[in-house]
Design a protein around this ligand. Structure first.
Ligand SMILES: [Zn+2]
Length: 391
């Protein structure tokens, strides 16, 4: 066997793994990934599924380039030690550099630099504590469950509904119902009214509601723009089972809207952002005719890591106070992992009701993990859950 050729192959595999790992880091730097668990880009990362909810930075990072990074880093260490040992034992036969030499362990002239850079980046990423950037402990079923460190939280004993499901090209009503059946979860469908969407008048809304009444689902609406209700009359709005609204589409001072859930949202200063965000949340909770407050306490990606600092007890209590005053339920959001345990605990003590929502448009519908985890940790019972008014 040609040891030289074998060695070269091993080096190339390790090198390719490291490059792969490195390219992921370059494409999705940690700062961007830090808020990933609070972004709505889950669908772009379809491989996750809801039973391996990503949260924090290192979780997604590890899983994204785990195999490459692991092969690369371990291989790098093994190769380095072997190369140095061989070089010391056989200084003339085994030359680590120069790179141009035929006997070099690197086959390409430029590769040694890439190799070292990639190794350092991948090694550092792998060595980073898992929750360095995380807002809470990541729990990846892919990596961790295999080692028995994380198990799916149990399904609550009471009847469960996913109130935040959007029908789409990738999710028909029949598919949603089937998923609900398989997962033992009732289905709540929402759609957006307003500019750019198909529900803009009483006639549109009636058609939407009647279309869904044929099925055993709750029929909801998810407005995104404040003032949306002016387009509809009260009798038609009253036919809905519920209205769910979030505070993620903020009006800009110069007109237009800022969708803060988008991953490229720029926020320089968290405290300054909160001085605009809180009044907007207050506006939604005090003036909009809604039953459920969606995505509560979500923060844009650049400041997602400051969740604990920015959601002061005063701000949390203000939201709870306003929601309680109008009997608005709190959505526990499966995508964003919001609100956190602390908020849910305080809201529960204040007597607020909760809903679960996957905000899904695909097979993630009715797949609840974070929600069940919160039920377990916060001791939520049937009495804490929102109930649709009988029509
Ligand atoms: Zn939605």
């Amino acid at each position: 066997m040609n040891i030289g050729a074998l060695w070269k192959t091993v080096v190339m595999v390790v090198q390719a793994s490291l490059r792969d790992a490195c390219s992921v880091l370059v494409a999705d730097p940690p700062v961007k990934l830090a808020g990933y668990c609070q972004s709505s880009l889950r669908d772009d990362w379809g491989r996750w599924g809801n039973d391996s909810p990503p949260c924090g930075t290192i979780g997604p990072l590890r899983a994204r380039f785990g195999p490459s990074g692991t092969i690369g880093a371990v291989g790098f260490v093994v190769i380095s030690i072997t190369a140095i040992a061989l070089h010391c034992s056989y200084p003339r036969q085994f030359i680590i550099h120069p790179a141009s030499s035929e006997k070099s362990i690197m086959s390409h002239a430029h590769s040694r630099r890439c190799f070292l850079e990639a190794s350092l980046v991948a090694g550092a990423a792998i060595a980073t504590p898992r929750n360095l950037f995380a807002t809470e402990t990541p729990h990846l079923s892919g990596n961790l469950t295999a080692r028995g460190e994380s198990a799916s939280p149990p399904k609550p004993a009471f009847a469960v509904t996913d109130y935040h499901i959007h029908l789409s090209n990738t999710l028909t009503i029949d598919q949603a119902l089937q998923l609900g059946k398989e997962r033992g979860v009732q289905i709540g469908i929402v759609d957006h009214p307003g500019q750019g969407f198909s529900i803009n008048s009483d006639a549109d809304l009636k058609k939407y509601i009647e279309g869904l009444r044929k099925y055993p689902v709750h029929v909801g609406l998810q407005p995104v723009y404040t003032g949306w209700s002016k387009s509809f009359s009260k009798p038609v709005l009253d036919q809905l089972d519920y209205v769910l609204m979030d505070a993620l589409t903020m009006p800009r001072p110069d007109g237009g809207w800022l969708a803060i859930w988008q991953i490229d949202t720029v926020v320089d200063n968290g405290e300054e952002f909160m001085t605009h965000y809180m009044p907007f949340i207050e506006q939604v909770l005090t003036t909009e005719p809604i039953d459920i407050f969606g995505w509560p306490t979500f923060l844009p990606v650049p400041i997602a890591r400051q969740y604990a600092q920015l959601w002061t007890p005063q701000r949390v209590d203000r939201i709870i106070e306003l929601a309680r005053a109008r009997k608005i339920a709190i959505e526990i959001n499966e995508v964003a992992h919001v609100p956190d345990e602390n908020f849910i605990g305080r809201a529960k003590r204040a007597g607020l009701k909760f809903t679960f929502g996957t905000d899904s448009r695909n097979e993630h519908a009715a797949h609840l993990y974070y929600c069940y985890q919160m039920v377990e940790r916060c001791g939520l019972g049937e009495a804490d859950m929102f109930v649709v008014k009988k029509k």
